[in-house]
Design a protein around this ligand. Structure first.
Ligand code: ZN
Length: 419
């Protein structure tokens, strides 16, 4: 069995791992690198492609497979959300008037070739999926072939969030010949989640006291719904004062609809409610002009580099009463949000904006931290461990921590490893 890594090597983004055997060849994830100008070309001659979850760095190259039409494997939630994200991608490219060679019919081709079963048999190969706890529908992939077996984590998280159970690592197959794991937080131990949530509410309370606006740039899929529930519940419990709260993203609204219809992906407490993602205090708006200030606004893009979040950042950043709360762990190095946080100044449509608002990052992440990554390796006991989806410094720190338990590889792009 030969494993070749096309992306997500010593970096975050562009995840794609080829698994080649005598009988068939598959890809684990088929992503894009979001902040890269020249798009990478991935091979297209796969018999099957497994998509771990519906984030574009794991699924965003799928439209390049419309001619070869391999079987796409992934959960139903991953399928539905990926279809929406791909359509959104086409829309954005068209708006930018860039020449784009795909349309909605290509998205339909991908949908038609998608199998949402948790177990799939291919020639000489068996594939089983396990819940990964990262976002709704996220899966780990177990591949058995030629007497060997490998486990690929995709993105995963062991601790539970407000809406999702974490990955139960005790249920995963043991002693794989290779474990391919993400290493986003390989070098970082995060503060306890309840403490981070307290810190988040404290930031909201102090901004409300001075009647400021609060911008929360958030991804349309999962993080937006998680954030809306977090704030809605906190208001119901009186943890934060009542204030106007809005979400702005047609995509997030559509995904919220799926969430209400597919409650079985979520925690028991969520499943027991009739419409868990119908909020009491959070209202959906279509455009920023509908906002009645002061308000809390949850909007896309999550990286604050486009859409309503960029627009509001430009509008609010120079007001000292306002706050920007970033809850994502990763930020593209050259985005206005990164400059607003680090340099307190950024460029918007040719204007220089000096930042007076508070800009704070409170990482309510859906990724395993170093402790959880070590826990996984100790529990699964792999022969070889291949670290992907993490910058080199993070992967190296993790490698030092686990090298007594397992043989560790931190491959470069296009490197192959034989199992
Ligand atoms: Zn992800």
């Amino acid at each position: 069995m030969k494993i070749k890594l096309y992306g997500g090597t010593q970096e975050i983004g562009g995840s794609c791992i080829e698994v080649d055997t005598e009988y068939c060849k598959i890809a684990l994830d088929y992503g894009i690198k979001i902040d890269e100008e020249i798009k990478r070309q991935l091979p297209t001659d796969f018999d099957a492609v497994v998509i771990s979850h519906a984030h574009l760095d794991h699924s965003g190259s799928l439209l390049n497979l419309t001619k070869q039409k391999p079987v796409i494997i992934g959960s139903k939630m991953t399928r539905e959300v990926t279809m929406d994200l791909l359509l959104d991608m086409i829309k954005i490219q068209t708006l930018k008037k860039k020449i784009y060679s795909h349309d909605y019919q290509d998205v339909e081709i991908i949908r038609r070739n998608w199998s949402s079963r948790n177990s799939v048999a291919l020639p000489g190969m068996e594939i089983n999926l396990y819940s990964a706890g990262h976002v709704a529908g996220a899966k780990m992939t177990h591949v058995k072939s030629e007497g060997k077996h490998i486990l690929y984590t995709g993105d995963f998280c062991v601790h539970s969030s407000e809406i999702l159970d974490g990955c139960d690592i005790t249920k995963l197959p043991k002693k794989p010949d290779a474990l391919i794991t993400e290493s986003t937080y390989g070098g970082k131990i995060r503060e306890d989640r309840t403490k981070l949530v307290d810190k988040f509410f404290e930031k909201i309370r102090s901004t409300i006291e001075r009647k400021g606006n609060i911008l929360i740039p958030t991804f349309a899929f999962h993080r937006s719904q998680e954030m809306a529930i977090r704030i809605d519940q906190a208001m119901k419990k009186g943890l934060i004062p009542l204030y106007k709260v809005y979400t702005i993203s047609p995509l997030a609204k559509r995904i919220t609809g799926y969430f209400n219809e597919n409650k079985d992906y979520f925690r028991k407490e969520i499943q027991q409610q009739e419409k868990p993602f119908k909020y009491k205090y959070v209202k959906h708006l279509f455009r920023t002009t509908q906002i009645r200030e002061p308000a809390i606004v949850i909007c896309t893009s999550g990286f604050g580099h486009a859409g309503a979040s960029l627009h509001l950042l430009a509008e609010w950043a120079s007001n000292q009463n306002d706050s920007v709360i970033i809850t994502s762990g990763y930020l593209p190095p050259d985005s206005p949000l990164t400059h607003a946080k680090e340099d307190r100044v950024f460029n918007y449509k040719g204007n220089t904006i000096n930042v007076k608002a508070e800009v704070e990052q409170i990482e309510l992440s859906g990724h395993a931290d170093q402790n959880e990554l070590i826990q996984l390796v100790e529990s699964v006991k792999p022969k070889k461990t291949i670290l992907v989806h993490g910058n080199l410094d993070q992967a190296q720190i993790l490698s030092d921590k686990i090298s007594k338990i397992t043989e560790v590889f931190i491959p470069e792009r296009n490197e192959s490893i034989t199992i």
